[in-house]
Design a protein. Structure first.
Length: 348
């Protein structure tokens, strides 16, 4: 029987750096033929477009043929409708694929996805090599997934009959509980004492011994990320979830995605300042997208977590490509009209 295709699931909180990690892996694939499934939150596929711009072409065709975007809902909620058909396509191509990477959305639980590899349509052809959880060190230190994680934990210990944890905390904990490797990202934004505190918090949430590795801009050797041979789908008992007793889980309905597409260019610094202002005015967890810059032939990528906004140029605009500014906002109770109005009113 043919060897099963190894699948690596990359999970992590919003803006933790999953796409950056995968981009670096694709650009340093060491000859591996890699297919990627990207689960976006919302209709505008920013992460998939970023991966397609890696300009890594396999021997058998265009690199974009190996990038699959699943945008019709959070993958752990749409496993049967979204994931299964795509995996069946990839299984048919198993002779031309060495491994598969799955980038979950920042709101996905990894365990329901892993369970799908027990299905008879998949289990004989693919196996989960490992679950890798990417953690934004600065965001965790700042308590992005809760207003005050330590205070919430103290309240929970004081009264176990009450539910004090936010959905985002549970999500963070579930992603850690399922991990075979934790990648601690964006360490340059915190001092040594803060980093040590975050590492200790992570260790307290891990149900078993799991290695924690540090990463700068996702630059890790592929040998660290691939080749675990963990067969995770057969070893789920040691990976507890808040939703183990539920048939299915419900996400916080107030967390939404909205996007803005504008046929205009922006001064990067003015746009960055406006995005930071919006993040202070509304509960925005994540900003990501592409920006047209006046008199610049390159496409600017902007990515924000809370009020922190990063940027880089990823590639030249294509000759027939519309030089639009496309931004996605993920957060709670977002006012889409206000977001778009403030961006439209911004002058260069």
């Amino acid at each position: 029987m043919a060897t099963k295709i190894p699948v690596t699931i990359i999970t992590g909180f919003l803006g933790s750096g999953k796409t950056t990690l995968i981009r670096h892996l694709l650009q340093n694939n060491q000859g591996r033929r890699i297919a990627v499934l990207v689960n976006e939150f919302g209709e505008l596929g920013i992460d998939g477009e970023l991966l397609k711009s890696c300009q890594i072409c396999p021997e058998d065709g265009n690199d974009s043929d190996n990038i699959f975007e699943l945008t019709n809902g959070c993958l752990c909620c749409t496993v049967q409708e979204e994931f299964l058909p795509t995996m069946q396509q990839l299984i048919k191509r198993r002779d031309s694929i060495d491994c598969i990477l799955i980038e979950t959305s920042g709101l996905a639980l990894p365990k329901p996805l892993v369970k799908a590899f027990r299905w008879h349509e998949i289990r004989n052809a693919a196996t989960v090599d490992a679950v890798i959880t990417v953690v934004d060190c600065a965001a965790v230190a700042a308590g992005t997934f809760a207003s005050d994680p330590e205070a919430v934990e103290a309240q929970r210990q004081a009264d176990d009959s009450l539910e004090h944890e936010t959905p985002l905390q549970e999500l963070f904990e579930d992603q850690l509980a399922c991990a075979d490797l934790v990648v601690l990202n964006k360490n340059d934004l915190v001092d040594g004492e803060t980093k040590a505190r975050v590492e200790e918090l992570i260790k307290q949430e891990l149900p078993r011994v799991v290695k924690i590795v540090e990463s700068s801009e996702g630059k890790l050797d592929p040998s660290i990320l691939l080749g675990f041979q963990a067969a995770v789908e057969d070893n789920l008992d040691t990976r507890p979830s808040h939703h183990d007793t539920e048939e299915e889980h419900d996400h916080d309905e107030d967390i939404i995605s909205t996007h803005v597409i504008l046929d205009r260019a922006f001064d990067p610094e003015k746009l960055r300042h406006q995005l930071q202002t919006l993040a202070q005015q509304q509960e925005i967890y994540r900003i990501k997208g592409f920006v047209a810059v006046p008199n610049k032939p390159m496409r600017l990528v902007m990515q924000g977590v809370g009020t922190r906004v990063e940027q880089f140029y990823d590639r030249p605009w294509k000759p027939q490509e519309a030089r639009q500014t496309r931004l996605v906002f993920i957060g709670r109770d977002l006012n889409s009209f206000e977001i778009e109005s403030q961006l439209i009113s911004l002058t260069n």
